[in-house]
Design a protein. Structure first.
Length: 261
């Protein structure tokens, strides 16, 4: 699992989703999650550098966890279907996030993220509990969001799924960007997004299991994706998600460790 986290982080950079040490990757593990360390080049990161963070925020490892460990913890807490989380400062998603507006249903693949839009989480300083709260709110009924003046985030069933979704989101952001250069995109109606969600579900029923194994090279992940029901978590209606988000960060004790970087 530690190698999987490192592979996904390296793939994130190789696919052009991220540069340098920005961004972070985690996978649910035992009663917490494994996450990339703060400020380390992924090429130099070894399995022992991956940090195990428990639900109470305490952590175990030779390195300090990503400064954004709070939103990783709170997403796993709020969304039981989340098996892996990927956060990146990819260029097109981040550029749109700097406008502080979400992405409307300009393309039917928006529905892959659970509904008819991708929201932009309100701005808060990186690494803070406030940012985590804003992110969990923006993810309600969705598996991705933008982070105002910051970047993007997706979660999936596993590392490969999360990487697939990250590639898809960045692609959609680029397409939306380009469409906006030449005009005002015509948006799809809610009813059409509902039909797309149903078709995704029907389509997926023909697929055999195992297509989303987290083994192998996630670098080729974007070519393998097929929508699946249930497993992909695409709801069969246009309605929101299954988890009460927005409440998870409230009233939770602030752990003393780890600190922000
Ligand atoms: Zn970031």
């Amino acid at each position: 699992m530690r190698l999987g986290v490192i592979s996904a982080a390296r793939a994130m950079n190789a696919l052009g989703l991220n540069r340098g040490t920005a961004g972070n990757v985690s996978a649910r593990w035992r009663d917490g999650f494994l996450v990339t360390p703060t400020g380390m080049a992924y090429d130099e990161t070894l399995p022992d550098d991956i940090v195990f963070v428990r639900r109470d925020g305490s952590w175990r490892g030779a390195r300090r966890p990503s400064s954004e460990w709070r939103f990783h913890r709170d997403i796993y807490e709020a969304r039981e279907e989340a098996g892996a989380i990927l956060h990146a400062h990819s260029s097109f998603a981040t550029a749109l996030a700097c406008l502080r507006s979400g992405i409307p249903p300009f393309h039917y693949m928006i529905a892959r993220f659970g509904g008819g839009s991708i929201r932009c989480a309100d701005y808060a300083t990186f690494g803070t509990q406030e940012l985590s709260r804003n992110v969990v709110d923006a993810l309600e009924g969705r598996r991705a969001c933008l982070l105002a003046n910051h970047g993007m985030l997706v979660f999936g069933r596993g590392l490969r799924h999360a990487l697939d979704l990250a590639v898809e989101l960045e692609t959609l952001c680029e397409q939306y960007w380009r469409a906006r250069q030449i005009g005002e995109p015509v948006l799809l109606a809610d009813a059409e997004i509902g039909r797309v969600l149903e078709r995704f579900a029907d389509y997926g029923q023909q697929e055999t299991s195992g297509a989303d194994s987290d083994q192998g090279s996630p670098g080729r992940a974007e070519r393998r994706w097929r929508p699946r029901p249930g497993a992909d978590g695409v709801p069969s209606t246009g309605a929101g998600g299954t988890s009460p988000s927005g409440q998870s960060a409230e009233g939770r004790d602030e752990p003393r460790t780890p600190r922000n970087s």
